[in-house]
Design a protein around this ligand. Structure first.
Ligand code: EPU
Length: 420
């Protein structure tokens, strides 16, 4: 298994942000809604994308993926079973359920199961698709669904932790081919849902209000193929903001969409960082202070502060001036990185869905272990700030969601290397 060795580093220069993993994955699932050719550009080359390609191939698609351009065609018979061996490695595969039901009228998708960031139920996905008339049962670890004809309905998709991104995606993708009108209330408003809405519209779907809590969909008989460009990855951009802050270094981020990062900039500015957005060149300059200030952060559905940046910002706050509080409102157990950061000299206490972070003057390099995608990014961020050398194992997690992370950091001057 590969490891990273990270040394305390100073960063400078410009980093280009890749396409968004979490936007690309549901868009890839949406290609199941047509037999025509779809061309998706700016798809990041990542392990999760490769997994989704394998799932689509099992379901009857023929795919080529080169230079971040994905071409999806239908040259094989359609299948409806997404097997456990693929689904277990990536929850996003569950969003094949909606498009399969809509197009093939039946679907058998392995239940994704638990996850290191806490329980991740699929009740909202099932509730939404059942409201459209699907007959759904759980048998032997698989979610089996079938329907004669999906019918539009009013669906409330709010859960105990707010809206659900992939449940909204699943219901949207089923409703676009349902008979009649569907209204999704308490829909997720994340930019990734907005991107999916745009993709579906390009396929010929009649859909309004995506990106807001009320989505209206008028079902169509068929959808066409299309060309689309995936939005930039706001979580990758936020991770580089955290890296710059941890390394007390000025960097420029290129290609990100600043309008997706308002809450992240708000938190960074409160930490004393100067952020300058140049709308013409789509460049964002990040200029952290010598010593970061403590802040309180609450993770929330978009446009709130993203849970997917909680760990990376915690790594920065570990060496801020004062005491910070993080309230994790999406995944109350998403704190596996706390113990690892404490191994590096951080002083963080987890209590329920809160983490209390007592800022230290220095972090020290240590051997740590990544537990999930964003936690591994947090350990890299901490490694850039820590005295001496940090060895991070299980970095296959980071390869799921960050395209060429060590190349990008090395180009910024970071001392990071991968060892096999
Ligand atoms: N929830 C339910 N029932 C459901 C579905 C979700 O109660 O049926 C709860 C979850 O347990 C959680 C909350 O609703 O408390 C929000 O979860 P959501 O469904 O929105 O998460 P998701 O759609 O499965 C996506 C991202 C995650 C990101 C979350 C929240 C993708 C592929 N994944 O997951 O990204 O954390 O939204 O923004 O888009 C990551 O990239 O590292 C990652 C975990």
């Amino acid at each position: 298994m590969d490891k990273f060795i990270v040394e305390k580093s100073k960063l400078s220069g410009t980093v280009r942000i890749s396409g968004s993993k979490n936007a690309a994955l549901p868009i890839m699932a949406a290609t199941l809604l047509t037999d025509n050719k779809c061309v998706v550009k700016n798809v990041p080359c990542l392990r999760d994308i490769t997994t989704m390609i394998k799932i689509l191939e099992v379901l009857g698609k023929k795919i080529s993926f080169k230079d971040n351009i994905l071409v999806v065609e239908s040259k094989k018979p359609r299948k409806h079973v997404a097997p456990y061996r693929l689904v277990k490695t990536m929850r996003a595969s569950f969003c094949c359920l909606g498009p399969l039901l809509a197009k093939v009228k039946k679907a058998k998708v392995a239940l994704p199961g638990g996850c290191v960031i806490g329980p991740r139920p699929v009740n909202l996905h099932i509730k939404g698709l059942a409201s459209l008339g699907a007959d759904i049962s759980i048998k032997k670890g698989y979610c089996q669904a079938e329907v004669k004809k999906l019918k539009g309905n009013h669906i409330y998709l709010g859960g105990p932790f707010g809206s659900s991104v992939l449940a909204t995606a699943n219901v949207m993708m089923a409703a676009v081919l349902a008979q009649g009108d569907t209204f999704i209330e308490h829909a997720a408003c994340e930019p990734e849902i907005n991107a999916l809405g745009q993709f579906l519209e390009k396929m010929g779907a009649e859909i309004q209000g995506y990106g807001t809590p009320l989505i209206k969909i008028k079902g169509k008989k068929r959808l066409e193929g299309c060309e689309f460009e995936v939005i930039p990855d706001r979580i990758e951009a936020g991770t580089f903001v955290a890296a710059a802050m941890a390394a007390s270094s000025k960097i420029t981020i290129e290609g990100a969409d600043p309008s997706h990062l308002t809450s992240v900039f708000e938190a960074s500015r409160k930490m004393g960082t100067k952020i300058t957005v140049s709308s013409k060149s789509r460049q964002i300059e990040i200029k952290p202070p010598k010593k970061l200030k403590a802040v309180n952060i609450t993770t929330l559905p978009y446009p709130g502060f993203p849970t997917d940046l909680q760990a990376q910002f915690m790594a920065c706050l570990a060496k801020a001036n004062g005491i910070s509080l993080i309230n994790e409102k999406i995944y109350p157990d998403r704190f596996m990185h706390v113990a690892e950061l404490n191994r590096m000299g951080a002083l963080i206490q987890k209590t329920g869905p809160y983490a209390i972070i007592e800022g230290r003057n220095k972090l020290q390099g240590a051997q740590t272990q990544a537990s999930d995608l964003r936690a591994s990014a947090a350990l890299v961020v901490a490694g850039l700030a820590a005295e001496g050398s940090s060895k991070i194992s299980r970095i296959y997690h980071i390869d799921r969601g960050y395209e060429n992370i060590e190349d990008k950091l090395q180009k910024l001057g970071a001392n990071i290397k991968r060892i096999k």
